[in-house]
Design a protein around this ligand. Structure first.
Ligand code: PGA
Length: 258
């Protein structure tokens, strides 16, 4: 059984004080969550949020990471810094990083390897644009991104990360993938992992869906057999909306897949 994992990506929102206030609200409502819950505040709020999460059901994640452990890289934040700040997770390869900051699959690979080397669990994002979907290239794109980011990783690596299928056309647009579209893509991603890393890695890896997840559509997406949680942007900034999505992710909603 794969335990669902719901992560909130707060993006470039919330000051440290605002982030702390949101976490205080979330702590109570996520106390009995069946799913694993993660929040990913901006770097500047990590120090304010970390102590509030101690002893709670919510884990801390970051939104990005650099691949070197230290050095003359102005403006970057490294894996040991994230560990020191209390992070267990880090988002890697989000489409906004790829689109606005030129991140390639090669960069995504370096980041995820660095994260793993320092004991962080990467949440690796992949997904097609609308033009690519309309051109019938969705599965080619997903395969290319998986090959590029994970292709030469040893099979054990696939057991230690989380994948997030995030169709670019669904991110922040209010237009989510249908449950059927999500399931189809997740199944293809799981098959890629099973082919490369063996059926037990394929059956065990958790694949989140991301892109306009709301309390209204969460249950139908999360009920799909290969959807193991959600990566939530906009709706994760409101405690009641995020809590409702967390509640929709019940342990056992995702059937075992071999
Ligand atoms: P959204 O963002 O929920 O606001 O669409 C999702 C994401 O970017 O992870």
């Amino acid at each position: 059984m794969r335990r669902p994992i719901v992560a909130g990506n707060w993006k470039a929102n919330l000051t440290a004080g605002e982030a702390a206030a949101l976490v205080r609200q979330l702590k109570a409502s996520c106390e009995t969550a069946a799913a694993e819950v993660v929040v990913c505040p901006p770097f500047t709020a990590l120090a304010a949020v970390a102590p509030l999460l101690k002893g709670s059901r919510i884990a801390l994640g970051a939104q990005d990471v650099f691949w070197e452990p230290a050095g003359a890289f102005t403006g970057e934040v490294t894996p040991p810094m994230l560990r020191d700040a209390g992070c267990q997770y880090v988002i890697v390869g989000h489409s906004e990083r790829r689109t606005h900051f030129g991140e390639t699959d090669q960069i995504v690979r370096r980041k995820l390897q660095a994260a793993l080397a320092h004991g962080l669990t990467p949440i690796v994002c992949i997904g097609e644009t609308l033009a690519q979907r309309e051109a019938g290239q969705t599965f080619d794109i997903l395969t290319r991104q998986l090959d590029g980011a994970l292709g030469d990783c040893p099979p054990e690596t696939c057991r230690r990360l989380i994948l997030a299928y995030e169709p670019v056309w669904a991110i922040g647009t209010g237009k989510n993938a249908t449950p059927e579209q999500a399931q189809e893509a997740h199944q293809a991603i799981r098959r890629w992992v099973a082919d490369r890393c063996g059926s037990s890695a394929g059956g065990g890896i958790r694949i989140q869906y991301g892109g306009s997840v709301t309390p209204a559509n969460a249950a139908s997406l999360l009920q799909q057999p290969d959807v193991d949680g959600a990566l939530v942007g906009g709706a994760s900034l409101k405690a009641d909306a995020f809590s409702a999505i967390v509640k929709a992710a019940k342990t056992g909603a995702a059937a075992p897949h071999e």
